[in-house]
Design a protein around this ligand. Sequence first.
Ligand code: NDP
Length: 312
Amino acid sequence: MNEKVKCLIIGSGPAGYTAAIYASRANLAPVLYEGMQSGGQLTQTTEIENFPGYPEGIDANLMMADLRAQAERFGTDVRFGCITDVDFSCSPKKLTIDGEKIIEADTVIIATGASAKYLGLADEQKYMGKGVSACATCDGFFYRKKTVAVVGGGDTACEEACYLAGLCEKVYLIVRKPFLRASKVMQDRVFKNEKITVLFEHNTQSLYGEDLLEGAKLIKRKGEADEEIVDIKIDGFFLAIGHHPNSDIFKKYINTNEEGYILTEPFRPLTNVPGVFAAGDVADPIYRQAICAAASGCKSAMEAEKYLAAME
Ligand code: NDP
């Protein structure tokens, strides 16, 4: 017989764990599946400086470990595993774990977050793990005293460039526009860092190298009269061009926008399927902040509680 739960939470970022804290304190006995990246996107960053309550900042992995411990303290059953398929046509909902086990759930909270985007160059695959990475904090260590490039002009790119500058000899920041999109404070850190060279109006054309990555060919001012090819010698190529929401397996039942972000009711984390709620970055194309994810996790758990009470 299939296991049956009142509340199943998918994802282990701030949204998932906050939902778990609230759901377990409301006696919903939630089961939380961590997904591919235990602790979510924040485990790929270093320090969190903008989460309220930490005047000196906090190590991101430590914060996620604390959130998990808090959820477990109130009885959340945190499990390894990924949801690989769902059937939201019935009640209770049916969810497949790792392609094998099926769990039935009265309510589901989708907190699957978002994943790093790639440029789509064939060379990215070719040099994956041999110079190409989407996580400076995971892989930066391998490029100590070497030369690397970061692609992107947002907060993530600036943060990663600064982090890598602490390890590497030189860091190029490849930005497609003539300006950075990042917050002012992050821009200042980049411009003040002598190890970082910002290449505005550059796009990556290709990567090259015998076995490991050795360099990149960029196009400067693409499409303009003075367009030129720029060759940079690099050992590492870090993508920081944003994320796409992890909503694919739900799309058969759950409405999303064009980019795949789950659509919810205004001010409420309700999806188009009763009993299924969405929290965090998977449903947030605008703010994408840990504190916003945590808040929507809280709302989802409160809605799940309300839904279950109405069922009874
Ligand atoms: P953003 O969407 O903010 O920025 C993505 C960057 O990548 C933009 O500069 C964009 O260029 C560039 N880009 C996108 N596609 C391509 C492409 N195909 N080729 C070249 N460049 C490309 O993503 P972030 O991950 O930086 O940030 C997401 C959110 O998280 C933001 O709200 C940010 O403020 C927040 N954040 C906050 C942090 C903090 O407060 N400590 C740390 C990190 C993130 P263009 O500008 O031309 O569109």
